[in-house]
Design a protein around this ligand. Structure first.
Ligand SMILES: Cc1cc2nc3c(=O)[nH]c(=O)nc-3n(C[C@H](O)[C@H](O)[C@H](O)COP(=O)(O)OP(=O)(O)OC[C@H]3O[C@@H](n4cnc5c(N)ncnc54)[C@H](O)[C@@H]3O)c2cc1C
Length: 382
């Protein structure tokens, strides 16, 4: 990485964070002719954006039926449509590694939820299919499943390739993306905002915080609004062929697929749930988590004997307190804008949200469905 020094710099919009959200919003702003400077503390994609298996899901972590119960059918449909639009945006950038995502049920209550979700989703133009035990077992290579919910337009991508493609686009559109520059604080003055970094100050009209799980380090609003959660991914050595689909279970807590060469790539967040704050920031994989993930793979694919690992890594995700992304100006601080809180679904929402947010920064208004993600909803007045 090239050592960076800063001016002092002045820009119209500064984006903090160079994961999928940061590079997507930087590109969307630059394409609108807005002067944009992105500051990434490490390297582009160094956060959760390179620690995930690559599933581009439709919708949120919670299944559709639960979101309909919580928010109503109209809002749930709007959220699912945003992620469908996001997926179209992803497909325009890079070719998928795998086509088709299959949610697997092991227990009757999971199957009941799938059936409920299927009935509700069938009222929309989302091409979802309900699969019986035989079909789900054949397609997943797992003798342990009792049914599935299949999303034929779901895809698995290489997340690193997507971040690189978005970064290239952003640079081509005129955005400056700098690596190795950590923003230490944001100060609001009468004239502008000042970002302090170890390399000098950046003056900007607007700052977009795209640091997801790390957001609370930059603004107190995120202290309650976004909970950092740790996840882990692993890649096995080549194993016998089992499936050509992207698979997921436990309502998205585990997502995996098998590469063409036989390696299984698995991402999971379950066994970290009881971690204390101090251990969340430990960048090392946890042995307990790795064991849990191997046990999980054996549970679904008991024919696997030894599961030799090639790579294990961790990522920090940002979970908003109500399960929806936080996209828009912070309450009481209109020049500080959130592009965070993606609740384990950043690749399913970031591209569509980036377009909407860039439109808002340009014109002052955001397209109606994206108002569901406004951070203002978390205030009493909102
Ligand atoms: C194990 C695992 C499995 C997952 N599976 C899926 C999945 O299947 N599908 C899906 O859609 N999502 C999945 N996710 C979630 C997805 O990875 C995230 O939602 C997404 O990467 C968030 O992108 P981001 O750009 O918002 O954040 P990040 O990728 O975390 O990027 C934030 C960036 O900000 C930088 N940064 C932090 N603080 C500062 C600072 N002060 N100054 C400058 N830079 C800073 C960091 O270095 C980092 O590069 C998974 C995550 C994990 C960990």
């Amino acid at each position: 990485m090239k050592k960076q020094t800063l001016g002092p710099e002045r820009t119209d919009v500064a984006v903090v964070g160079g994961g999928v959200s940061g590079v997507a919003i930087a590109g969307a702003l630059a394409r609108r002719g807005i002067e944009t400077l992105l500051l990434e503390g490490e390297t582009l994609g160094a956060g959760a954006s390179s620690a995930m298996p690559g599933h581009i899901f439709l919708g949120l972590v919670d299944p559709y039926n639960r979101i309909v119960t919580a928010l109503g059918a109209v809002r749930a449909g709007q959220i699912w449509e945003i992620s469908a639009e996001n997926r179209r945006q992803v497909r325009k950038r890079i070719p998928p590694l795998r086509e088709g995502l299959l949610a697997l049920a092991q227990k009757p209550h999971e199957l009941r939820e799938f059936e409920e979700a299927f009935t509700l989703l069938s009222r929309h133009p989302f091409p979802v299919e309900s699969w019986d035990e035989k079909r789900a077992r054949e397609a997943s290579g797992s003798p342990k499943v009792i049914g599935g919910l299949y999303d034929p337009e779901g895809i698995v991508i290489d997340p690193t390739l997507l971040v690189a493609a978005l970064a290239k686009e952003a640079r081509a559109a005129g955005a400056r993306l700098l690596e190795g520059i950590e923003v230490e604080g944001i100060e609001s003055t009468n004239r502008d905002l000042q970002l302090s970094t170890p390399h000098g100050k950046v003056h900007t009209e607007i700052v977009v915080i795209a640091t997801n799980g790390y957001a609370r380090r930059l603004h107190p609003f995120f202290g309650h609004a976004i909970l950092p959660r740790k996840g882990q991914f692993l890649r096995t050595r080549p194993l016998p062929p089992m499936t050509t689909l992207g698979l997921h279970a436990n309502f998205g807590s585990e997502a995996w697929y098998q590469e063409k060469g036989g390696r299984i790539v698995l991402g999971s967040l379950r066994w970290f749930e009881r971690e204390g704050e101090e251990r969340i920031w430990n960048p090392q994989p946890a042995a307990r988590m790795t064991e849990g993930m191997i046990t999980f793979l054996r549970e679904f694919h008991p024919e696997l004997g030894e599961i030799p690992l090639e790579r294990v890594g961790v990522g920090i995700m940002g979970f908003s307190c109500d399960g929806l992304p936080l996209v828009g100006p912070l309450p009481g601080a209109p020049r500080i804008v959130s592009m965070a809180g993606f609740c384990g679904r950043g690749f399913g929402f970031a591209l569509a949200c980036a377009e909407a947010l860039a439109g808002m920064i340009e014109t002052g208004t955001i397209a109606p469905p994206y108002r569901l993600f406004s951070p203002r909803r978390l205030t009493i007045a909102g």
